[in-house]
Each structure stands twice: as C-alpha cells, then as structure tokens.
Design a protein around this ligand. Structure first.
Ligand SMILES: [Fe+2]
Length: 147
C-alpha cells in the first residue's frame, strides 16, 4: 500500500502577500488535512466523500475570490489562470465520480495545492510587487493569525 505524506503544514513559500488569498489558502490546506485525518481515523467512504464535496465547493468559492482579485488589479494573466482553476474543478469532479482510492485522491490534492500555489499563484505576487499595487483592501476583518 502506498502511504501518502501526513498532514501538510503551512510554509512561507505558499504566501503571496495578499492577506485574503493567504488566509483562503490556509483554509484550503486545513481542509485537505481534515480529509487526511478522517482517512487516518478510518472514517466511512460516505464521510470521506462528503469532505470531498466540501473541498470542491470551497475550491470553487476560493477560485471566484482569487479571480475577482485578479480582475480588480488588472492582472494580465487572468485568462490562463482562470482556465487552470476551471481545469482543477473539472478534474475534481471526474476524480470524485471515478475514485480509485482515497489515498490517491489526497495525494492529488496535496500535489495540486503545492504546485498551483508556488507556480501559478506566486505570479500574482510578482505582478503586485513589480507594479507596487496596494492590496491592503483585499483582506477579511478577522484574526488571521489565529489560524
Ligand atoms: Fe489560483
């Protein structure tokens, strides 16, 4: 049996320095971890599928949020980036329907999260830095450091 890595911890390299997006990414990561923890505890397939539904819905919300940010700052790679989001949502739906093992699914989520955050999302940070765009307004008024 292939064992996937245990829960994923937050790393500096995932940060894009837009408070709202960093917070949503932290929650995304927590959600992926909750799926892994439910697997480790031997939760039923039905419970695991429910968490997958939650991940899918959260991903959809988060992508809309990130896309709204991109539009607001006139991000030039909006089209390509949104296409990647659409692609993930489609893959999530397909994988959910023809699931070949929860371990594989978890591994897919972990790899996707790391890859997308450090390759695609980081480009938003570079754009914001290069053009000195003020992104302070893109935050939630909650205690982010408690997460
Ligand atoms: Fe993204």
């Amino acid at each position: 049996m292939i064992t996937s890595p245990s829960t994923l911890s937050w790393k500096e390299k995932y940060k894009i320095d837009v408070a709202r997006i960093d917070l949503e990414h932290k929650l995304f990561l927590r959600l992926i971890n909750s799926f892994k923890m439910a697997m480790n505890k031997g939760r039923s397939d039905d419970t695991l599928r429910r968490i997958i539904d939650e991940i899918e819905k959260y991903a959809s919300f988060h992508f809309a949020s990130e896309e709204n940010l991109m539009v607001a700052i006139n991000y030039p790679e909006y089209e390509e980036h949104s296409w990647r989001h659409k692609e993930l949502l489609e893959t999530l739906m397909q994988k959910k329907q023809s699931i070949s093992g929860f371990e594989n699914f978890h591994q897919f989520l972990v790899e996707w999260f790391i890859e997308h955050t450090t390759v695609e999302d980081i480009r938003i940070k570079h754009f914001v830095d290069d053009y000195n765009i003020d992104v302070k307004e893109f935050c939630y008024d909650i205690q982010e450091d408690t997460l």
